[in-house]
Design a protein around this ligand. Structure first.
Ligand SMILES: Cc1cc2nc3c(=O)[nH]c(=O)nc-3n(C[C@H](O)[C@H](O)[C@H](O)COP(=O)(O)O)c2cc1C
Length: 250
């Protein structure tokens, strides 16, 4: 027989009662933002961030989240560098590169490229180098950085939002029908505890849409090259509304 169901309220200081905090096992798998930056003094830096995701795709925008370092008693170098220079690069972390991804998480003051044994490839639009061995890299300019205050130093979290200004994809990962070969790339993802996973198979599903909706399916699945302009109730083109303004460009 299994254990009894669990209910607990974190704001009241309650815990799960399990030997290890299960929280990070629930929002999974988390893709890994393998982030390269260059400090204002010109030192390169590389580190993995599993608090990472897309924000939007028109225009392409991503985010990674750095928790303050208990060891350095400061924000992560990646966050400070992004803040100082307004630039960072995302490198796809893959199963083949997992040992290097892990090695690059060392809380070193030095450049983690040599520590993790990967090669620098120059970027074309921003200064931080790319990981040459990675199948996909995004060159990014910082859109904004949002601080979420925590209950502890490590709880202080900086959400670094970046506009993707250039994309590199290795041709060997494009299939004959023009898709990105995700199983060949086998991106690495983080689970809870010390667990990881990577993509070994996929399946397709069509999203349901209203019978007169001939636009959303293609846009959301990325199977149309065109994203049509927004229209108001009278069918006139309109600009997307701005909910919040970030500090574009730093
Ligand atoms: C797979 C993996 C995922 C990680 N995800 C995060 C994360 O989301 N946020 C964070 O602050 N640290 C994360 N870390 C720890 C950082 O990589 C580590 O603190 C690193 O030294 C930060 O480097 P920096 O100070 O050079 O930016 C992760 C480590 C690993 C191995």
């Amino acid at each position: 027989m299994g254990r009894p169901d669990i209910f607990y309220e974190p704001p009241k200081g309650q815990k799960s009662g399990l030997p290890h905090d299960p929280f990070k096992s629930f929002v999974v798998p988390r893709p890994i933002g393998w982030i390269s930056t260059t400090s204002k003094n010109g030192q390169d830096n590389l580190a993995p961030f599993s608090q990472f995701n897309n924000v939007s795709f028109d225009p392409p925008t991503i985010l990674f989240i750095g928790h303050q370092s208990v060891y350095k008693r400061d924000s992560k170098d990646s966050v400070n560098n992004a803040k100082d220079t307004g630039e960072f690069v995302w490198n796809m972390a893959t199963n083949d590169l997992r040992e290097s991804v892990n090695a690059s998480s060392l809380e070193s003051w030095d450049d983690e490229f040599p520590i993790s044994g990967v090669t620098k490839a120059p970027s074309r639009v921003v200064k931080p180098p790319r990981v040459a061995e990675s199948p996909v890299q995004f060159e990014c300019k910082v859109h904004s950085i949002v601080r979420i205050a925590g209950d502890s130093l490590v709880g202080n979290s900086d959400i670094v939002i970046g506009r993707v200004v250039a994309i590199h994809v290795k041709g060997e990962y494009i299939t004959s029908d023009g898709l990105f070969d995700i199983v060949k790339a086998a991106p690495l993802a983080r689970l809870g505890y010390r667990q990881y996973t990577s993509i070994t198979h996929t399946f397709d599903m069509e999203m349901p849409f209203m019978p007169d909706d001939h636009v959303s399916g293609g846009v959301l699945s990325g199977t149309t090259g065109e994203i049509r302009p927004m229209r108001n109730v009278d069918g006139e083109e309109e600009e997307p509304s701005e909910v919040a303004h970030g500090q574009e460009g730093h």
